[in-house]
Ligand binder design. Structure first.
Ligand SMILES: Cc1cc2nc3c(=O)[nH]c(=O)nc-3n(C[C@H](O)[C@H](O)[C@H](O)COP(=O)(O)O)c2cc1C
Ligand SMILES: [Mn+2]
Length: 495
């Protein structure tokens, strides 16, 4: 199922009792962030703030948060039913991402209902939250899409990159050279031209979902959004720049990023996905806003990042699991039977892989495959065998306890990889981007598969590893048959 806009999604959530409207006045300055955090911790519905301090009379008065903060809502976004397991959601994402659907161009759309140019541009009229006490200011693009275009290929990229409000028409933007807006920026800098950029807020939730996913730079996220909604995205041209945006988006902020370092502005710190204030305060590229277009009574969308479990954890657990699994398959690494990035981390920092072990170095091959891709994800990998359910942390702990000896093949450190500058555990002296790209990471493999160098023993029934304590197949059948006789109900019987 495809949602035609944010409003259809909100009605859907409301019908499922998964949207809570807050009519009481709430301050954009920290209060909105604190309410969001508490609601997340209590597993409450997504929130629509409808009465924001200083914004009772501005054109934009509403803020929507925590949209995809559990797997049910990700399932609904994809047209699946509630209760769909994380594994099934990840499989759906993997499969659909193999069939991108190109967008359509349209001439009209509700995002053009209001067009503000020149002196009418005022970012301070948007109810942009200052989410946390130590944030450098008001932050947007925590859950939306930053659109840029590769000047060589014309491919649109949509990424999720934080932006800080500097003044009524200026934003600071976080930019790493290996992220796709950073790649585009380098090309514009070479041409000595400013880079056009469009910030899109509020549409079908596949927009922020895809904006947060690490696809190849040769693929447009618009095509991936089409794949997930199984219907093309309808795009409309921006007013002041040669970029295209969803025609039924709530808000689009158009502008230019100067490639002249004298136009850089101070940005950061910000409460990041790691759960820490990260990303050094420093000079970053700035966006000069050239136009803002929006629907009547538009809805601003954002998210609170931080300690688990927040929306970021949910979205990235799905995105990075699907990405890792498809990548391992594409590399030809055999017999990967499950992949899961647990909700405890964002951007796949920790990842679990289940394999049908075929040789002693199998887990090392998996880890090397994962470590070879994008910087900034897959720092700590644990590999287990197919009898361990990687969605069950107890089973994973059990494998770690009794299948790992901290020797050469159990714990392996792959030193000196490129990593993430936002990781608070990386010492500051190895974060120089001119040396390390972004930061230096030592990556970890925990090989929690059984060691094949053990010698088979008779007392282990000829196995090379002590057998797991369990009943026989014969007893399995017998007890299943007699289950009711013991006074129990069968699993599918109602009590
Ligand atoms: C809620 C959320 C916030 C994010 N914020 C940032 C950010 O501020 N800067 C950044 O570089 N990546 C951020 N990311 C991760 C990127 O969206 C991710 O790296 C994505 O792959 C970038 O798109 P690209 O691959 O087209 O460059 C965020 C992800 C999520 C889910
Ligand atoms: Mn991209």
């Amino acid at each position: 199922m495809a949602f035609s806009d944010l409003r259809e999604w909100l009605s859907f959530l409301e019908n499922k009792s998964q949207l809570h409207r807050i009519n009481a006045p709430v301050h954009w300055d920290e209060e909105l962030g604190a309410v969001t955090r508490k609601a997340l911790d209590q597993k409450l519905p997504a929130l629509l703030f409808e009465n924001i301090k200083d914004h009772q009379d501005t054109d934009c008065r509403r803020v929507f948060v925590s949209s995809l903060s559990n797997y049910d809502r990700v399932a609904w976004m994809l047209g699946l039913t509630e209760g769909t397991s994380a594994r099934e959601i990840i499989q759906t994402v993997r499969e659909r991402s193999k069939n991108p659907i190109k967008p359509l161009r349209v001439e009209e759309g509700p995002v053009k209902e209001n067009i503000k140019l020149g002196k009418d541009i005022d970012l301070l009229k948007l109810p942009i939250p200052k989410w946390n006490p130590l944030d450098a200011g008001r932050y947007l693009m925590t859950f939306g899409g930053v659109v840029t275009k590769d000047p060589d290929t014309g491919i649109h990229n949509v990424g999720l990159y934080r932006c800080q409000v500097i003044d009524e028409n200026t934003l600071g933007i976080l930019m790493h050279p290996d992220k796709h807006h950073g790649r585009h920026f380098a090309k514009y800098a070479e041409r000595n031209e400013p880079m056009p950029v469009a910030l899109v807020l509020g549409w079908d939730q596949v927009l922020p979902f895809c904006a947060a996913a690490p696809y190849s730079h040769q693929v447009s996220e618009y095509d991936m959004m089409g794949a997930f909604r199984q219907r093309p995205v309808e795009l409309i041209r921006c007013e002041t720049i040669d970029l295209e945006v969803p025609a039924s988006a709530e808000i689009v902020i158009e502008g230019f990023i100067s490639t002249d370092p004298s136009d850089f502005v101070m940005e950061g710190p910000f409460g990041e996905f790691t759960g820490y204030y990260a990303g050094e305060k420093g000079l970053k590229p700035s966006i000069k806003v050239s136009c803002i277009t929006y629907r009547n009574n538009p809805i601003f969308q954002g998210t609170l990042e931080g300690k688990p479990i927040v929306e970021d954890n949910v979205v990235e657990s799905v995105n990075l699991s699907a990405y890792a699994w498809n990548t391992l398959d594409a590399m030809g690494i055999p017999d990967v039977t499950d992949v899961y990035c647990p909700l405890a981390t964002g951007f796949g920092t920790n990842i679990r892989v289940q394999i049908k072990k075929g040789f002693q170095g199998h887990a090392k091959q998996v880890a090397a495959g994962l470590f070879a891709v994008q910087a900034g994800c897959f720092k700590n990998v644990i590999v287990v065998e197919e009898d361990i359910d990687i969605h069950d942390p107890i089973q994973v702990e059990w494998a770690f306890a009794y299948r790992v000896d901290a020797k050469e093949d159990g714990i392996v450190i792959f030193p000196g990889f490129p990593g993430s500058g936002l990781d608070p555990s990386t010492p500051p002296d190895i974060k120089d981007p001119h040396v390390h790209g972004r930061a230096r990471w030592n990556r970890l493999l925990i090989d929690a598969t059984r060691d094949w160098r053990f010698v088979p023993r008779e007392q282990w029934a000829g196995h090379r590893y002590p057998p797991v304590v369990w009943y026989s197949d014969e007893m399995d059948q017998l007890t299943a048959k007699r289950w009711n006789e013991y006074g129990f109900k069968q699993k599918n019987e109602k009590s």
